[in-house]
Design a protein around this ligand. Structure first.
Ligand SMILES: NC(=O)c1ccc[n+]([C@@H]2O[C@H](COP(=O)([O-])OP(=O)(O)OC[C@H]3O[C@@H](n4cnc5c(N)ncnc54)[C@H](O)[C@@H]3O)[C@@H](O)[C@H]2O)c1
Length: 343
């Protein structure tokens, strides 16, 4: 079988998960990891047996000093690669993109970069087809992915008129909460709309969506509250059926005592998900309410995990190895254990 040679540049929260997911695909091969750091996180790369490339001379020196085996520089990594998935911090992705372009390589950047970096913003169930055989795309951020996934499901069912959401955003990621984060405060984004609504329109300009966001002092996930104006009177069953058309949503219930994000994280860990990752948008089924043509609901987004299946599909779309989006999505879902039912 033909395999796609994939490089992951930036082995942080997203990069390590993308790398692991790539190794689970029978049509992909992980050729190596690029990074600039030389601390415990990069030592894990070596321990896992992945090949490491240093992005900069400084990084190379630091890795040598830390006895991390280095196979070469960024150019060497790019030479061996069909598609590079950039997972460097915000803004570095756009800088790295210039190097990928010069190397005439297909590439993916993550949601910290602007839409203009690639001119295409990706969400598998919405616009896989328009990414087919492109040179590059941007997998939209965790919040935006959840918005496009859920609203596209309502749109497909002919139910979506307009949507207004309030996002409670985790302050920082767990591994670095000793370095960054907030305590005993709530920090609203200064403007309404917050950037996620317009960002969702970079995938689907037809979405009538407005968001407001506030940073909250916890690290586990984001929590969204939505009010949706439906196109017609509908029942709760109609809405649940519509959400279920997304293979990457799953229902949770307060009645099951899955009543907060820490309990849901524990469930993912108990299920043996790697890193306790939840790739799905977890919608509270028993909280969801429909009144006439108005819909109210809330859901959880595992910010560290939700973009991983999207990135795997984006690799297939850019290379054209799988022209059919449902086939790629199904393959990715199977490899990551995404079944729409947690238990
Ligand atoms: N953390 C999240 O929850 C989350 C969710 C969705 C999308 N994203 C997006 O994913 C991207 C990566 O975010 P992250 O949270 O994984 O970052 P991170 O800080 O956890 O990891 C970034 C990694 O890139 C390395 N790096 C730094 N400069 C580099 C360079 N020039 N070239 C290659 N590697 C370099 C760092 O050493 C680090 O290992 C960003 O665009 C971010 O907005 C993050």
């Amino acid at each position: 079988m033909e395999t796609i040679k994939v490089a992951v540049n930036g082995y942080g929260v997203i990069g390590k998960r993308v790398a692991e997911a790539v190794t689970l695909q029978d049509d992909m091969e992980l050729v190596g990891i690029g990074d600039v750091a030389a601390d415990w996180r990069i030592k894990v790369v070596a321990a896992k047996g992945y090949t490491i490339f240093a992005n900069t001379e400084e990084g190379r020196n630091a890795m040598d000093k830390a006895n991390i085996p280095v196979a070469g520089g960024l150019d060497d990594l790019l030479e061996a690669t069909d598609v590079v998935v950039d997972c460097a911090p915000k803004k570095f992705g756009a800088q790295n993109a210039e190097k990928y372009k010069r190397a005439r390589l297909k590439y993916i950047v993550q949601g910290g970069e602007k839409h203009e970096t690639t001119g295409h913003s990706f969400s598998a169930e919405n616009n896989y087809a328009s990414a087919l055989n492109r040179e590059n795309t941007r997998v939209v951020s965790c919040n935006t992915t959840s918005i496009v996934r859920t609203l596209s499901a309502l749109k497909r069912a002919g139910l979506l008129k307009k949507a207004r959401g309030t996002l409670l955003r985790r302050a920082t990621d767990p591994w670095e909460s000793h370095k960054n984060g907030i305590m005993n405060t709530l920090v609203p984004e200064p403007e309404i709309p917050s950037h996620q609504g317009p960002d969702a329109q970079s995938v689907d300009p037809e979405l009538d969506v407005v968001t407001a966001a506030v940073k909250v002092p916890e690290t586990l996930s984001h929590l969204h509250y939505w009010t949706v104006q439906l196109t017609k009177q509908a029942s709760k069953e109609d809405v649940l059926e519509a959400f279920a058309t997304s293979t990457r949503t799953a229902f949770i219930n307060m009645s099951d005592d899955l009543s907060a994000n820490n309990a849901v994280k524990e469930l993912m860990l108990d299920l043996g998900r790697p890193h306790g990752d939840m790739y799905e948008v977890a919608i509270w089924e028993d909280m969801l309410k429909v009144e006439g043509d108005e819909l109210y609901y809330a859901y959880l987004v595992d910010n560290q995990a939700i973009v991983i299946p999207e990135t795997i599909d984006a690799i297939r779309a850019l290379t054209g190895i799988e022209p059919d989006s449902p086939k790629s999505i199904e393959k990715t879902n199977r490899s990551l254990g995404i079944t729409q039912r947690f238990i």
